[in-house]
Design a protein. Structure first.
Length: 451
């Protein structure tokens, strides 16, 4: 019969048609290793605790069963690789795929902790998802930003301002030189700032600023709602009002919302900005949960155009340099640092990284996703972020603009002057000689990270 340990096959050679998952497993002291590790493959594919389930011996069931084919001990943990025949899954159904590989397994007593580190997708499974509509190069084209970061600011305070106050901040950051205004993750359609009124008023101001500056400006409008019908209504309204983007809190809304919104945005021709609020509940603990790298891969397959990935250790939120650069390399082209020749869009093969236990991936011709770096940034740390993540990113600064002593316009101009200084190879100190706004920001926050 098939006990948990029967799902361990160390001589198995994975096929191209196997989806591969790398897990970190903390085995309870009282559990034999192969039983604990076999349980991960069993409970995430076809098995259960009862070894005498007759159907487990059927050949066609075994054909879609997972197999542990590699086990490596590292300190107190085991790093394992599990192969899942792709026909185990329903093609095009991300919710089912995750219900298998990232479902009950996290709660099993057979493991003390379990972390899903990376997924290597099969060609056929990847092709069953939409991928980004615009992706990095479509977004950069919109703003004529082929050799610079896209620059954006989220209005602060996060929520509570009136629609007029919020939209006036939009005017200031657009006039101050940024490409995008952004709603905060928890601003949707509250009474004090109703959705439709905000969209209408902000886009009217955006049109005025475009005329004055001659520059393309846009707005990341948060359509997140727990009722998809309402979300659809809001996305259609954004289109009607001439917006180019919708923003979605992908984790609190869920993968079905992401996939459905992606399909809708194909019809509407709207780009999707993916905010990842709530991810820290399961990505932060290196011993247990689901990695941000895996979240980023799922987001790319479902087709968001830009995704928050962190600040690589510079800002206020967790997410160290190695981890964030690894994520960037999986959703975007490898970082193009300051001064490097522009890299053309190409299918992107990411090599495995044994140190991080990531599996590598050939992304075929699925468009790259524009990485968004945000969280505790200010003009003084722009060089650090661009040095770590390159220029093919979207740079978001909220408090570091609206906390500027001379207000949001000055804060936005300080950010733009800092970015331009980096692209011109000029130090911020030198640039500040010609920019009172940047000088004031440096006097207040210096060039070090916030806590
Ligand atoms: C940043 C932010 C973003 C975080 C999200 C905030 O504001 O608006 O939501 O960056 O984190 O609410 O904190 P500040 P991440 O610029 O004022 O910090 O980008 O890591 O997903
Ligand atoms: Mg926010």
């Amino acid at each position: 019969m098939a006990g948990y340990a029967d799902f361990v096959h160390l001589n198995y050679k994975p096929k191209k048609t196997d989806l591969i998952v790398s897990f970190r497993v903390r085995v309870p002291f009282w559990e034999p290793v192969n039983t604990s590790i076999g349980a991960v493959a069993s409970e995430s594919s076809v098995g259960t605790w009862a070894e005498t389930v007759a159907g487990l011996k059927y050949a066609h069931v075994q054909k879609v069963a997972a197999k542990v084919y590699e086990i490596k001990k590292e300190g107190a943990d085991y790093w394992i690789k599990v192969a899942y025949p792709e026909n185990h899954f329903e093609f095009g159904n991300m919710s089912q795929i995750l219900a298998s590989i990232a479902g009950n397994v996290f709660g099993m007593k057979a493991v003390n902790a379990l972390r899903l580190q990376d997924i290597r997708w099969t060609k056929n499974l990847m092709k069953s998802f939409p991928g980004p509509q615009f992706g990095t190069y479509g977004i950069k084209k919109l703003f004529k930003a082929k050799d610079r970061p896209v620059m954006l600011s989220v209005a602060k305070p996060k929520v509570g301002m009136t629609t007029d106050e919020h939209c006036e901040i939009g005017r200031e950051v657009w006039m101050g030189g940024l490409d995008l205004l952004k709603d905060d993750e928890n601003l949707t359609g509250q009474k004090f700032n109703p959705f439709a009124r905000r969209v209408e008023k902000a886009l009217k101001i955006r049109n005025q600023v475009e005329k004055i500056t001659g520059e393309k400006k846009s707005y990341l409008i948060n359509v997140t709602h727990s009722d998809f019908k309402e979300m659809e209504k809001r996305a259609r309204f954004v289109k009607k009002m001439g917006g180019e983007y919708v923003m979605l809190d992908i984790i609190t809304a869920g993968w079905t919302a992401v996939h459905s919104l992606r399909n809708l945005c194909e019809d509407l021709g709207l780009a999707i900005h993916a905010h990842r609020a709530f991810h820290g509940a399961f990505t932060r603990n290196p011993l247990h949960g689901f990695s941000m790298l895996a979240v980023a891969e799922v987001s790319r397959l479902l087709g968001v155009d830009q995704l928050h990935i962190g600040t690589a250790g510079v800002g206020k939120l967790v997410g160290g340099r190695k981890e964030v650069v690894e994520i960037e390399e999986h959703i975007a082209e490898p970082p193009r640092t300051l001064g490097e020749a522009r890299r053309h869009y190409s299918s992107q093969k990411v090599p495995p990284n044994p140190k991080l236990h990531t599996l590598g991936q050939d992304w075929l011709n699925i468009k790259p996703v524009l990485p968004v770096s945000s969280g505790g940034l200010h003009p003084g740390v722009v060089p650090d972020v661009l040095e770590r993540l390159g220029v093919d990113i979207a740079l978001q600064i909220g408090g570091g603009i609206h906390g500027h002593p001379h207000g949001s316009y000055a804060g936005a101009k300080a950010m733009r002057d800092a970015v331009e200084a980096c692209l011109d190879g000029v130090s911020l100190e030198d640039a500040a000689r010609h920019s009172l706004e940047l000088k004031t920001a440096l006097n207040l926050w210096g060039t070090s990270s916030v806590r």
